[in-house]
Design a binder for this molecule. Structure first.
Ligand code: AHR
Length: 509
């Protein structure tokens, strides 16, 4: 039996709660039906936002939600989504086979309300492709200006007396493809312009400091293209170093676990080989994060010191994974667009991905699952009055305990399908154990470097790894109380059922 030692005095970095973030966009039924049903709907709602989704999302305490895209941000005009609902223009969405009208009933106020109701920090992505710095700046003014400017008054007339205080702003989305087919050089130059055009919201009342700290998030590379992403990051930072530079707070890389070998294959139908490919695919993110974090550090170090009074300090730029999740081939032909059922396979890769983020918490500070509702790696599936929580929801819920904890070092051999992660905070030590084997149970001994006591545990498992939650069986896969491990001194022997995820809680004695 493999033994893994958890070094409880080996504190690694702090796990930013924002690694558990969300991404929503008008694609398929993510927004309309998934989040927004309108006040007149018979589906219970909070001023149009569906109650079942909001309430369940709130239980997860989502740290951040990114909107309006994604690709949709590249053609989104924020003015279309404010003011009385019946006066809002109707536009068209042709991204990823959505092919639907956008009534624009879900706009800035509705998004902010969703964030307020769930306690999330809003992240707005600006339209860099079919709009300009003026439209961006006006959106910022509308959202954040306290003084009585015309835009602030308009916000008040639309029902929001207080500014929204939106700090996180993405500048472009996937600019290497749908966001403008740019080169790293051309994007760096666009970035300079957009990042310089940010209002600063400095207030004399606030001692000359900004009332809202605006964070500029650059569009990073395509995380799925090994050569291209290295070159992209190198060249982006080189270009920034060529002349005076605006601030840069975040660098947003997207990583999808593409499962496109057979576009006809349903996401719920797979054999062990297919299962293993998807598991293996999601693990690549580990290397991507390490590689990109190192390139960002190198890129920043190589930036020349700026001279003079107005010099900008070298950026303290965080790596962000603004979109991640499984993308099965069937999603392209499924309806609504990009809709995917989520089986235990998706739950396992969700857990593995979150653990990769946890392990790399010194290098990556924020990440958003793509997407929260009805699209790709979702936590919710809705259809009219039905709302199902996928097993991915349970993973996010079980993993909440790691937020703001300190990662712990684990030493020892596991099988190549067993994964372990541990963190510690005031409440105790939390250990994740994943068995990514589709067929076989595993056993493992976890040994602690000090005296600890088992408190409790949760497990997510299902008899058949193809299982998923459906309208007929909405709770087929639900987290439940786990079995206590058997103890010998400071060693705990744990059984890991096939395709399962466990979180165990220990305290120091
Ligand atoms: O999440 C779906 C799409 O994937 C997003 O709109 C885009 O940014 C990415 O290519």
């Amino acid at each position: 039996m493999n033994t893994v030692e958890i070094k409880i005095d080996s504190k690694k970095g702090k796990i930013s709660k924002e690694l558990h973030g969300h991404f929503i966009e008008f694609l398929g039924s993510c927004i309309y039906d998934g989040i927004w049903v309108g006040e007149e709907s018979k589906i219970p709602n909070y001023n149009g936002l569906r109650k079942d989704v909001v309430d369940a999302l709130k239980r997860l305490q989502p740290p951040v939600i990114r909107w309006p895209g994604g690709c949709y941000a590249d053609t989104y005009h924020w003015r279309n989504g404010i003011g009385p609902g019946n006066e809002r223009p109707v536009t068209y969405n042709e991204n990823f086979g959505t092919y639907e009208l956008d009534s624009n009933q879900f706009g800035t106020h509705e998004f902010i309300r969703l964030c307020e109701l769930t306690g999330a920090r809003p992240w707005l992505n600006i339209n860099m492709m079919t709009s300009g710095t003026e439209e961006m700046r006006e959106w910022m003014e509308y959202c954040n200006r306290e003084d009585e400017t015309s835009l602030a008054k308009e916000r008040k007339q639309n029902g929001a007396e207080k500014p929204f205080g939106v700090e996180l702003w993405g500048i472009g989305n996937e600019v290497w493809a749908g966001g403008g087919c740019m080169t790293p050089e051309s994007y760096a130059n666009e970035y300079r312009k957009y990042a310089s055009a940010f209002p600063n919201f400095i207030s004399l009342e606030n001692g000359g400091k900004p009332k809202t700290e605006m964070k500029r998030i650059a569009s990073g590379p395509d995380g799925n293209k090994p050569k291209e992403r290295v070159e992209w990051t190198k060249q982006f930072f080189q270009e920034l170093g060529k002349f005076r530079r605006p601030p840069l707070d975040g660098y947003d890389l997207h990583f999808y676990n593409w499962n496109l070998e057979n576009l006809e294959q349903k996401e719920t139908e797979f054999d062990e080989r297919d299962w293993d490919l998807v598991i293996k695919g999601c693990l690549e993110l580990d290397e991507v994060i390490q590689e990109q974090a190192a390139l960002i550090r190198e890129g920043i170090e190589a930036l020349p010191e700026e001279e003079g009074f107005f010099k900008t300090p070298k950026p303290d730029c965080d790596l962000i994974i603004g979109e991640w999740g499984n993308w099965h081939g069937a999603a392209f032909s499924n309806r609504p667009a990009l809709y995917q059922q989520c089986t235990m396979r998706d739950a396992i890769t969700t857990a593995l991905t979150l653990d990769i983020l946890h392990k790399n918490c010194e290098s990556v500070k924020m990440a958003c699952v793509a997407q929260t509702v009805n699209v790709l790696n979702s936590l919710f599936l809705t259809e009219g009055e039905t709302c199902i929580l996928t097993p991915n929801y349970d993973v996010f819920n079980m993993y909440k305990v790691h937020r703001e904890g300190l990662g712990l070092e684990t030493v020892g051999e596991t099988s190549d399908k067993t994964f372990i992660f541990a963190s510690e905070k005031e409440e105790g030590i939390f250990v994740n154990l994943i068995n990514a084997d589709m067929e076989k149970d595993q056993e493992i001994v976890i040994a602690f470097s000090d005296d600890v006591q088992y408190v409790s545990g949760q497990i997510l498992e299902s008899e058949d790894p193809h299982d998923c939650n459906t309208k007929e069986e909405p709770d087929k896969i639900r987290e439940k109380t786990g079995r206590a491990p058997s103890r010998r001194e400071n060693d705990f022997a744990v059984r890991l059922p096939k395709a399962s995820i466990q979180v165990m809680h220990f305290v120091r004695k």
